[in-house]
Write a protein that binds this ligand. Structure first.
Ligand SMILES: [Zn+2]
Length: 505
């Protein structure tokens, strides 16, 4: 027999596709030819596989070897094909009877010594295999736990090519995934730890309930970071599909903890203001790494000291935030990752960042305007909630009433989200922040003129843009939902104006 075939999985973006690795061995000058759109890493696979096979004590077939990865049209990235290539060519040379690998997908990178190394993206690969009807997978031992998260698939791990060869030849045991301990209780920062901060807490709750992007503007020590870090604690836990999607992105980034569980808590990503554009939006050669905006998908992307980020980084965020997806152009094809993160910006009101706040600011008015102005073009325009925070007063810290915990606030958030989802169902939308302006302005959702009088005055005088008008209305709906009113009244709109324009005292 001089032909063999082994199943593997390739990733394009977050989507896995079954790949067949074919090996054909023919008489002729010893050589290895790989076809089927391989990238550079795949060419390197040839050298890795040869060394691994020889160093595992197997005979390297001195024949003309043709390896073909199907479907040929699918772009293939990364090193997860090594193991399948190795067993396919051992099968093709007649060294290894491949019957035990019938219908089994085989994933893993080979070291020169024959060790099987973990690869990125095993979770979405195994999920795709399962969806294609594959019931058994063999993965690097280091990825076995995350692979076992996928339901309906029998997962076994391998640490060396030798172990896999022994399994195929003699039925020697493979490595079982670690036992699934009960998940630890979800812990993280809690709103119970935040004293005072009435305006900030209200803004955070509204952001969670309506899905609004949020800007927190205030001097150092006003609690901006404390608040932002607690937004995930009042967002609903991720449901199965969302959890699988988020966990897959972290798998592709190689960031899953060894325990390999589904990520249930909305993620929180806080890139530093010196972060490069590619670390924020994603990129890199081979299998593209998701950036912070994709790792924050269905969670929170927090930009602390937002005006200090490079213009290029802020600009690069604009489109992904609008589309909920990020497109990474590559030398061959393009990778697309989900990027539906909720944005929280924090900024000092001015470059001097005086902890005492505006009273002690030494900056010239022009410098103050310019500082926040760095945000206004690309991002601030998309943010429904722009809140001014004041320095904490001693009185607030001495308040005797214990602050509400995240669990209590989260319960209100869930209820408000359900109300909104019911209302917008006929538009196919769920969150107030997603509703297009024209829908807000038409019946049956148009608000009565007597309640929007102030808004229209501001629009006419030019102190509010048309887009700003819609944003105030969206926010007013969230206020009404949270407070249990069927539709926003004049007071809700008044509060929304204050929260939108940062006029809060
Ligand atoms: Zn200043």
């Amino acid at each position: 027999m001089s032909y063999a075939r082994v199943l593997c999985v390739g990733l394009v973006g977050v989507t896995g596709h079954l790949v067949e690795v074919e090996a054909d061995l023919a008489p002729g000058l010893p050589a290895v030819v790989i076809s089927g759109l391989p990238d550079t890493a795949l060419h390197e696979a040839r050298d890795r596989v040869r060394a691994a096979v020889v160093n595992s004590g197997q005979r390297w077939p001195n024949r003309r070897i043709t390896l073909n990865l199907l479907p040929a049209t699918l772009p293939k990235f990364g090193s997860a094909f090594d193991l399948a290539i190795a067993v396919a060519l051992l099968g093709g040379s007649g060294e290894l009877p491949l019957l035990p690998l019938d219908g089994v997908a085989v994933l893993g990178e080979l070291g020169l010594d024959g060790a099987v190394r973990p690869v990125r993206g095993v979770l979405p690969m195994v999920a795709a295999a399962a969806q294609a009807g594959v019931r058994r997978v063999i993965v690097p031992a280091g990825n076995a736990a995350e692979a076992a998260v996928v339901p309906g698939v029998l997962v076994r791990g391998v640490d060396t090519l030798h172990r896999l060869v022994s399994f195929v030849r003699d039925g020697a045991p493979l490595i079982e995934p670690p036992a699934d301990d009960p998940p630890p209780a979800v812990t993280g920062p809690d709103l119970a730890e935040v004293a005072g901060q009435g305006v900030g807490r209200r803004a955070l709750e509204l952001a969670a309930a309506g899905g609004h992007h949020l800007a927190l503007i205030g001097p150092p020590g006003a609690g901006k970071t404390m608040l932002a870090e607690r937004l995930p604690s009042i967002l609903p836990q991720l449901e199965d599909d969302a959890a699988l999607e988020v966990t897959a992105l972290h798998s592709i980034a190689g960031l899953l903890p060894a325990a390999g569980r589904l990520i249930r808590r909305p993620p929180f990503q806080a890139p530093h203001h010196t972060a490069t554009v590619s670390s924020i939006v994603g990129g890199g050669s081979g299998l593209a790494r998701p950036g912070a905006i994709s790792l924050a998908h269905r969670g929170v992307l927090f930009l602390d000291e937002a005006p200090e980020f490079s213009k290029a980084a802020l600009e690069a965020l604009r489109q992904p935030l609008e589309r909920g997806r990020v497109l990474l152009s590559r030398s061959r094809g393009a990778a697309e990752y989900p990027a539906g993160a909720q944005l929280v910006l924090a900024a000092n009101p001015c470059p001097c960042a005086n902890p005492a706040g505006d009273d002690r600011c030494e900056c010239a008015p022009l410098a103050r305007r310019r500082y926040l102005g760095r945000l206004s073009g690309p991002l601030l325009d998309r943010i429904d909630l722009q809140v001014r925070l004041q320095p904490m007063r001693a009185a607030e810290l001495m308040e005797t009433a214990a602050p509400e915990s995240s669990v209590l606030v989260a319960a209100r958030v869930v209820e408000a989200r359900q109300t909104a989802a019911r209302r917008w169902a006929e538009l196919g939308r769920r969150l107030n922040a997603e509703i297009p302006g024209p829908d807000l302005r038409r019946l049956p959702w148009r608000l009565p003129g007597r309640d929007t009088a102030e808004l229209r005055t501001r629009l006419d005088s030019g102190s509010l843009s048309a887009r700003g008008f819609d944003r105030v209305i969206r926010l007013a709906w969230t206020i009404a939902d949270l407070d249990g009113r069927a539709r926003p009244d004049k007071e809700d709109i008044g509060e929304a104006i204050v929260l939108r324009t940062g006029e809060a005292a």
